[in-house]
Design a protein around this ligand. Structure first.
Ligand SMILES: *[C@@H]1O[C@H](CO)[C@@H](O)[C@H](O)[C@H]1NC(C)=O
Ligand SMILES: *[C@@H]1O[C@H](CO)[C@@H](O)[C@H](O)[C@H]1NC(C)=O
Ligand SMILES: *[C@@H]1O[C@H](CO)[C@@H](O)[C@H](O)[C@H]1NC(C)=O
Ligand SMILES: *[C@@H]1O[C@H](CO)[C@@H](O)[C@H](O)[C@H]1NC(C)=O
Ligand SMILES: *[C@@H]1O[C@H](CO)[C@@H](O)[C@H](O)[C@H]1NC(C)=O
Ligand SMILES: *[C@@H]1O[C@H](CO)[C@@H](O)[C@H](O)[C@H]1NC(C)=O
Ligand SMILES: *[C@@H]1O[C@H](CO)[C@@H](O)[C@H](O)[C@H]1NC(C)=O
Length: 450
């Protein structure tokens, strides 16, 4: 009996040891993870997340965390995106002080967590997807949750010190970010070289229109596991499939839209909330002189008189096929109904007639066109034609300045057909199944309706 008992105990110990070897969640000081062996990874105790090197092109890899089970690889964090390492001899090491470094094949450090404590216990991948470095007293010396890339996971805080940055192909950081603005409001930014524009919440709404609270300097936001997000600025939203037990992620897409995803039963991501129902409102989606239209998928086209810089990628914008003259007798205006261009207003007038607005643009050589809101008489003189969009029932129209001899066939005037059959080449930036999302929200959506 006794011998049998100890044999069972021994067997159990063996099984436990085996589990520890195959499903390791910790990296101990003095050890490393190398790029060559795909089995050299950390796994969270319940298996949801994996951490290790992920190959992103034939010879480049990044140290990252991903969902173990999604059909398509979904990276939720990475240390060295933008600085990938060679996929031979590169490694990540942890030392006794808690310093974690990613080293390239030649020993060069490409990333470090900057920790230098007296004694570290281990690095550990948690079931939340958070990679932490713990001290001997279990205190957290560093956590990946404090340096998100383009994704926020449930129970991961977004604070004044953190932001999401969109990623391009090959995981290079993109131009959009999600962070707190200087009024403590969670916002989407288009970060250009030396200037950042906020494009969401709608910069034209006042604080009441935004339904936010700018007086709370706590600056924290968190997505709860149930799919409910709440920010200190009162920004909140709820997943269409609200409830526990579903894997979720909030990701800033490379198209500038912020989306909440759920992993469904077939391990495929479904969108359950998004900041923009109308993707055409994402600033600069179609580049300079481009116009975004719903056909019904958002599609980039060029303003009349302009042609695509690269027909395969509408996001690069369009260039003029003409030279504009400063002599106003040589020019004409072409009306694009139900359209607008956002920003680049060199002059704004209210309660003026259409002909007054036209005259202001005519007499300004730098004016490339204007947008006009009938009824209110709002007149926006444009120094550049950027962030164009068109949609049915849009109350304004734009008038673009073109040389008289440029022929503009009616068919070249962009029009949205949101309920029509799909025509044209869909904008390469758009991958989300909007139809399903609209079906799923079932009238409960309370955000802006464009
Ligand atoms: C991941 O997939 C494996 C194999 O299909 C399954 O056994 C495991 O339970 C799944 N893990 C999670 C966390 O869903
Ligand atoms: C570590 O410090 C360097 C230099 O100050 C900084 O560029 C880097 O972002 C820091 N890394 C982390 C993970 O905070
Ligand atoms: C998120 O913030 C709360 C409140 O400040 C804090 O208690 C919690 O530890 C934070 N969570 C993480 C994962 O950092
Ligand atoms: C907070 O948001 C709710 C709706 O989400 C709104 O009813 C309420 O007025 C907002 N509060 C403030 C202070 O803006
Ligand atoms: C500020 O935000 C924090 C975190 O969301 C919240 O607990 C607190 O009640 C808010 N304070 C006010 C005055 O709204
Ligand atoms: C995986 O990605 C490919 C290419 O982007 C796409 O065609 C396919 O639909 C995706 N599959 C799932 C299950 O999401
Ligand atoms: C959206 O998803 C539905 C249901 O999965 C599918 O029938 C439809 O073809 C999809 N539409 C697009 C544009 O991918």
């Amino acid at each position: 009996m006794d011998a049998q008992h100890s044999a069972t105990t021994f067997l159990l110990m063996l099984i436990q040891l085996f589990l520890q070897i195959t499903a390791q969640d910790s990296l101990f000081p003095g050890s490393s993870i190398s790029v060559e062996h795909s089995s050299d990874v950390l796994r969270s105790p319940d298996g949801t997340f994996t951490c290790g090197f992920q190959t992103i092109s034939y010879n480049a890899a990044i140290f990252s965390i991903w969902f173990s089970n999604s059909t398509n690889l979904t990276i939720v964090w990475s240390a060295n995106h933008g600085h990938p390492v060679y996929n031979w001899r590169s490694r990540v090491e942890l030392d006794v002080h808690g310093t974690m470094v990613v080293k390239d094949y030649n020993g060069q450090t490409v990333w470090t967590n900057n920790v230098s404590s007296s004694i570290a216990d281990r690095a550990q991948l948690l079931d939340t997807g958070n990679l932490i470095v713990k001290g001997k007293g279990n205190e957290i010396l560093w956590q990946s949750f404090d340096s998100p890339t383009d994704t926020l996971l449930p129970n991961q805080n977004i604070t004044a010190a953190t932001k999401l940055v969109s990623t391009e192909t090959l995981l290079v950081p993109g131009r959009y970010s999600f962070r707190f603005d200087d009024q403590h409001l969670l916002s989407l930014f288009d970060d250009e070289k030396d200037i950042s524009y906020i494009y969401w919440p709608n910069p034209d709404s006042n604080i009441w229109g935004k339904q936010r609270n700018s007086f709370n300097s706590t600056t924290i936001g968190v997505l709860h596991s149930s799919g409910h997000f709440l920010g200190s600025d009162n920004f909140s939203f709820t997943a269409a499939d609200l409830g526990l037990g579903i894997m979720r992620r909030l990701t800033l897409g490379y198209d500038g839209n912020l989306r909440l995803y759920s992993l469904d039963k077939s391990d495929t991501w479904m969108v359950t909330w998004m900041a923009y129902l109308g993707l055409c409102y994402v600033r600069g989606l179609c580049g300079m002189n481009g116009i975004c239209a719903y056909t019904p998928a958002p599609t980039c086209t060029c303003a009349p008189g302009y042609e695509a810089i690269d027909p395969r990628d509408g996001r690069l914008g369009c260039k003029a096929k003409f030279r504009i003259s400063c002599d106003d007798r040589q020019n004409k205006f072409v009306k694009l109904p139900n359209s607008d261009f956002l920003g680049h207003d060199q002059d704004v007038r209210h309660s003026v007639s259409l002909s007054t607005c036209k005259n202001i643009c005519t007499s300004a050589c730098s004016c490339m066109g204007f947008s006009y809101l009938q009824g209110k008489g709002n007149c926006y003189i444009k120094s550049a034609i950027v962030a164009g969009l068109t949609q049915p029932n849009y109350p304004g129209s734009v008038y673009i300045k073109l040389p008289k001899d440029v022929n503009v066939p009616k068919s070249s005037i962009p029009q949205s057909q949101p309920f029509g059959s799909e025509v044209g080449s869909p904008c390469s930036a758009v991958t989300t199944n909007v139809t399903v999302f609209l079906d799923m929200i079932d009238g409960s959506y309370s955000g802006p309706k464009y």
